[in-house]
Design a protein around this ligand. Sequence first.
Ligand code: ZN
Length: 267
Amino acid sequence: MYMLLWGLGASALVAGVGYRKGSLSESGFVGALLVGTLVMGFGGPLWFCMLLTFFISGSALSHYKRERKGEVEANFAKTGRRDFGQALANGGLGSLLAVLSRTLLSPGAAFAMFLGVMATVSADTWATEIGVLSKQKPRSVLTWQEVPPGTSGGVSLLGTGAAALGALLVGLVAQIGLMFSGAPGLPGDKILLAALVGGLAGCFTDSLLGASCQLIFRCSTCGAETEKREHCGRETEYLRGCRWLNNDMVNLLASGVGGLVAFIYLA
Ligand SMILES: [Zn+2]
């Protein structure tokens, strides 16, 4: 109970700054508050630090070279201000695992999965925010054809390197935290690699789903393919993909795969 209050306070502070800096919309603020409170309240300080690592590094990177990302942002759902759906897509599974670590799952298993989930969302954000700046055109992970920067399922060397760094950063925080709090039955020397392997596997899943069955719309005004429901100030039309598999759902599924891979790696 005490921890939940701490979580609420700390989350309000961080999400408040995120809102004022334009990283979160109003609904994104509410989503971040919910996720942060549950992760701190049920997972504890180390879990919260890992969440913060993702949130702060991702927000900072989304501000980096913002003007060059403007054009990409108009077509693709990922960069820019996060709303409620995005907050849950990135933090929903993490908060669920925090709750489960107190009930159904052993603390070690829950932490291993949380590590992979956070590594994935961090890797994915790093890959998106840095990858769009790549001078080299990204290629579709499925067809290896060149695609416009920011396209879901497009991969570049720069983006992949950024993904690895994003995953490793979460792993590093986990590794350092576990040295102080004691590993909950996990092999301490494998944490960093588990984050890397889980994060990259999750990120790859994200690209694969993004390139194959993600929901894509078309703007009836300018003809652009987009992940957004609105373009040029008007509602877009369905073009292809599973109707329920929007960008947020892809993120959620990918983070689940990342969590499972890290769990299996550490088991
Ligand atoms: Zn348009």
